[in-house]
Each structure stands twice: as C-alpha cells, then as structure tokens.
Design a protein around this ligand. Structure first.
Ligand code: HPA
Length: 274
C-alpha cells in the first residue's frame, strides 16, 4: 500500500474519532486571516499537533488547527495555518491537509494567501482573484505512484480555478464595493524572496503575483475533483519594484492591515459559493 495513502487514512481515522462533521466548503487561511475563525459558528476544532503524521507549520504568524462549523448555515472546514514546501516537508506532506479535507467531504476549496505583486498596476493592500497559476521550481504533488482512489494519473488542468466560482467571487467583491483584480499566481519554492531578474522573468512568463503556497494545493485538489477558487492579498510589491528590501515582517504587517476587508470578502464569497 502507498505510504502517502496510508498516512492519509491514518489522519482521517484520527479526525473521525473526534468528529463526524461533513464540510461542504474547505477554506485555507493565508497570512493575516488568522482571526477569520470568528466568522464561523464553531462545532469543533482539532489542533494539527493532535493528529499523528500531520505536517505542522514552523512559520511565525501561522497557527495550526482545523476549525469545523458553519458560515450562514454552510458547513465549512477552515485551515488556520498551512505548511509550505520550503519548511522541508515532502510535497506529498504539503498537500496532505487538502486531500484530507476532500476525504472529509469537502467539494469546494477556497484558497487564500499573501503575495508579492509583479503586475505594475497592483498596489499593496489590493486583492486579486486567481484565474490560473504557474507552478515554478516546485514539484507536482502528483509525482510518484498514482493513488487511483484519489484521482486519475494524468489529470486535466485547463480550468483549475472554476469559472462559475470565479464569477461568484467577482460579484461578491462588487456587492461589497471592493476592487478585485484578476490574474495569474506563480508559486516558487521560497523561502528566499525573489531577485529582481526573477521577477522580470516571471512577468514575461505571464504571472501577476508571486507566492510560496497555493498552486500545489490547487493541483492536488483538482486531481481529487474538487472545485477550486482562490483570492490573493497583495502584501508587498515584488523585488525590484519595491524600493526597500523585502521582509517577512512587512508581509505580515500589510496582510494584517488588509485583514478586515479580506475577512469580509471571504465571508461573502463563502455565502455565495456554498
Ligand atoms: N514573494 C514571494 N512570496 C511572497 C511575497 C513575495 O514578494 N510576498 C508574500 N509572499
């Protein structure tokens, strides 16, 4: 039996010992959105550290727990904190939580993150609807023996971010009078920020924003037949555009500043996509 699949089943069994909650929407909270759990009528919470085999984040500002509950009667599972490839976990471990949420019953996945903007028309504090992605310098999470119980060997990726969900997110933003750019998210491995030359290259490749999570999660979710959507919060201008050297504190600070609006937007989106 495949190790990845065994670990997944083991994590699933441990969660099922604690709750039989069946979510419809899964939400991954990026930097700054930690307080989002306040929007949820909580039914149960499970700390990642209480799930044997589950990858635990080492990044400052990232909490580590699943929140189960309802937003406007919609059953949701919320990931407060995620792990990144640069933390040293295998790419299979990085996407284990996404696969787990699918096995718990979630059909729709909403991904959020903080990003650096490559597009010169974006400013810090802006939001962007993810229309497509580029996985760059990060292995596909589907490498290795295919787990047929999860999905097919060669999954199509021509519409990872479902158009119908994107339309609902756009109208949610409009209803709140929040400007929402649209564009392409590029995932690098991190943990270093990019060089100005890399940012110019990524712009030429068609990327609008850059981050260190999300695309691999979207690939794993799409493999399992989930309907995926995502919103990025621009925490900084990317290297070479920004006049000052980039720091994690700056990313965190801007993400925190944008958090109230981001929280309102995500809540309205869940109501519409759920
Ligand atoms: N680069 C990569 N990841 C990021 C950035 C960035 O500028 N900002 C937030 N996450």
């Amino acid at each position: 039996m495949n190790n990845t699949f065994l670990k997944l089943q083991h994590c699933l069994a441990q969660i099922r010992e604690k709750t039989d909650f069946k979510p419809k929407v899964a939400l991954v909270l990026g930097s700054g959105l930690g307080s989002f759990a306040e929007e949820v009528d909580i039914v149960a919470t499970i700390n990642y550290e209480d799930i044997e085999g589950f990858p635990i984040s080492t990044v400052p500002g990232h909490q580590g727990r699943f929140v189960f509950g309802h937003i406007s009667k919609i059953p949701v599972i919320v990931m407060q904190g995620r792990v990144h490839f640069y933390e040293g976990y295998s790419i299979a471990d990085v996407v284990l939580p996404i696969r787990l949420m699918r096995l718990l019953g979630a059909e729709i996945l909403m991904l959020t993150n903080a990003v650096g903007s490559i597009n010169l028309n974006f400013a810090a504090g802006d939001f962007m609807l993810i229309k497509d992605h580029i996985l760059y310098g990060v292995p596909s999470p589907l490498i290795g023996h295919n787990i047929d119980d999860l999905g097919t060997r060669f999954p199509d990726m021509s519409e990872v971010y479902k158009k119908t969900l994107c339309e609902k997110i756009s109208s949610a933003a409009k209803s709140l009078d929040i400007e929402l750019h649209e564009g392409v998210y590029l995932q690098t491995s991190g943990p270093n920020f990019e060089t100005p030359a890399e940012i110019r290259a990524y712009r030429a490749m068609g990327a609008d924003v850059v981050g260190m999570s999300t695309a691999c999660e979207a690939v794993a979710a799409n493999h399992m037949g989930m309907h995926v959507c995502g919103i990025s919060c621009v925490s900084n201008l990317a290297a070479g555009i920004s006049k000052t050297p980039l720091t994690h504190d700056e990313v965190q600070e801007m993400a925190d500043k944008a958090a109230p609006q981001f929280r309102a937007l995500v809540t309205e989106c869940i109501k519409r996509i759920g």
